[in-house]
Design a protein around this ligand. Sequence first.
Ligand code: SF4
Length: 231
Amino acid sequence: MAKRTTKKKIRRPQVDKGEAGERVRKIYPILTKLYPGARVALRFGNPLELLIATILSAQCTDARVNMVTPGLFAKYKGAKGWANADLSEIENDIRSTGFFRNKAVNIKGACQAIIEQFDGKVPDTIEELVKLPGVGRKTANCVLANAFGKPGLMCDTHVIRLSRRLGLSGNTHDAVKLEFDLAEIVPEKNWTVFSHVLILHGRNICRARKPDCENCAISKYCPSAHKPELW
Ligand code: SF4
């Protein structure tokens, strides 16, 4: 009879908000020094272009999105251009970014809503942005932070993973709860830069499969450093 193996459940240490806040205070200056001028990698010229680029970036690399957006922005002019376009034509033009059917519906729907409810302008509050089709808090925060210069915490896959490894929140299974946890321990004026430096650190060092703890500038403050069972 085959031997039954039971997967050992990993118990993560409880997250203490005070300690997590202290950790943020320690790592923030290190990461901002390491990644000066960290900014969003998507290319855009106005809030609508960033909104569309962010919708396209779901399950797709920023580099791939940046390859297709110049042609798209030249073809579809403003919210009206997208709202009046044929859905199958949009699908065809954005096919290479993956999940193109959903994305096309969301982009066209968002542009129609922008015209009908917001006088043709992308709204600049999170409450209004999340009312647009296909726009969740991550996309809304990205637009707020990078197109409108307002503080925004962008909880993408890198921010989620690093927040878990760094013990910044016990809610890393839920991006919205994580955002609210981070909002309590990161000063509001630093929300945007904090998101960008965590994203860059996730791409460069604290990668999903094999984090490079050996060469990590914040390993001294990381509870998961050199502990594969916690990655
Ligand atoms: S020490 Fe390791 S797990 Fe912690 S942030 Fe650095 S690379 Fe990631």
